[in-house]
Design a protein around this ligand. Structure first.
Ligand SMILES: NC(=O)c1ccc[n+]([C@@H]2O[C@H](COP(=O)([O-])OP(=O)(O)OC[C@H]3O[C@@H](n4cnc5c(N)ncnc54)[C@H](OP(=O)(O)O)[C@@H]3O)[C@@H](O)[C@H]2O)c1
Length: 292
């Protein structure tokens, strides 16, 4: 099975490449320098030369706050590019596995979001991702849209790594406590996506559509930071650090974020037998993979 991956240098992409290599799955992952997704001619040339059996789109414009000032670029990467990939897949008769986000929701619910809940993004990033989802649904019947949330990994920029760094520099961290979500280990998500991708060309037929995958359970950014700091202290990697909860209004950001964006993951479990792991255990595993 030959897979074509975008975003191979990102958090999720790096884990996908690592796991595919370990599983002996052939995967082409052109770098951003070799294949800018906003260059459709280049994408089509590489896609055609590789002739994949399925495409995984893990690339995205993920700078949630910067997107407010760069809406054109956010929409080009998160909406126009997936639309183009979807058309290429439809023409080749192969499936597209596309990754999306909890930020397509407005956070007004207080129970986990279902796949069919209406989207209502609060910012440019969420709107561009919701647009990308709609384009994928429109352009290629054989699609899986996998929404995830609060991703972290040993690579790139993420909240876990930021807390690890700040905890070694400061005596107190003030962290938002009124945004609730489900931290997700990128390695776990990569494993789930790879398992589904490798099933694409075998019976039984895949029930195409939208699925949720995130760490099990829920917490706030404060709860996540407190867990990370306690785990670092238990490993004797930091001295005493106080973690203080603050409201969102005390940490203003250019983009509004949903107050609650927990995703219900029962569909992916029921259809593919993929279970999620408690978010705390993914954090522990990732801390163990960090150098130092
Ligand atoms: N991170 C989260 O907390 C989170 C939460 C929910 C959903 N998601 C979704 O999960 C997926 C994976 O996220 P991630 O955290 O792995 O993202 P990431 O670490 O930011 O990686 C995204 C990758 O896409 C690349 N990219 C950006 N613009 C591109 C372009 N024009 N052409 C080619 N490549 C381009 C980036 O390259 P550069 O780094 O060089 O720009 C980066 O390597 C995305 O669909 C994201 O929306 C993420």
């Amino acid at each position: 099975m030959k897979l074509f991956l975008t975003g191979g240098e990102g958090q999720l992409g790096t884990e996908l490449i690592r796991l595919a290599a370990a599983a002996g799955v052939e995967l082409a992952a052109p770098s951003m320098a070799a294949m800018d997704l906003t260059d459709p001619g280049r994408v089509e040339a590489l896609f055609s030369s590789f002739r994949p059996a399925a495409v995984i789109n893990a690339a995205a414009y993920t700078a949630v706050d910067r997107a407010e000032a760069e809406p054109q670029l956010a929409f080009a990467v998160n909406s126009a590019a997936p639309a183009h990939l979807a058309r290429l897949c439809a023409r080749a008769g192969i499936p597209l596995l596309h990754v999306s986000t909890d930020y397509v929701f407005d956070g007004r619910k207080r129970t986990p979001y279902l796949e069919e809940d209406p989207v209502c993004p609060l910012g440019v990033y969420g709107r561009s991702k919701a647009d990308g989802e709609a384009a994928v649904r429109r352009e290629v019947k054989e699609h899986l849209i996998i929404r995830t949330a609060w991703l972290y990994s040993p690579h790139g920029v993420n909240f876990l790594k930021t807390v690890v760094r700040l905890a070694s520099e400061r005596e107190e961290l003030r962290i938002v406590d009124d945004q609730i979500g489900s931290p997700t280990c990128a390695a776990d998500l990569a494993e789930a996506i790879l398992a589904i991708a490798c099933r694409c060309d075998r019976p039984p037929p895949i029930p195409w559509g939208t699925y949720h995958y995130c760490g099990r359970g829920e917490t706030s950014w404060f709860g996540l930071a407190a867990h990370i700091v306690a785990a670092l202290a238990a490993r004797r990697r930091i001295g005493p650090v106080r973690v203080a909860p603050i409201p969102t209004r005390d940490y203003p950001t250019p983009a509004a974020r949903p107050a609650y964006s927990v995703l219900d993951c029962s569909r992916i479990q029921a259809v593919f037998g993929i279970s999620t792991r408690p978010w705390q255990s993914g954090v522990e595993m990732t801390l163990d993979r960090l150098p130092g």
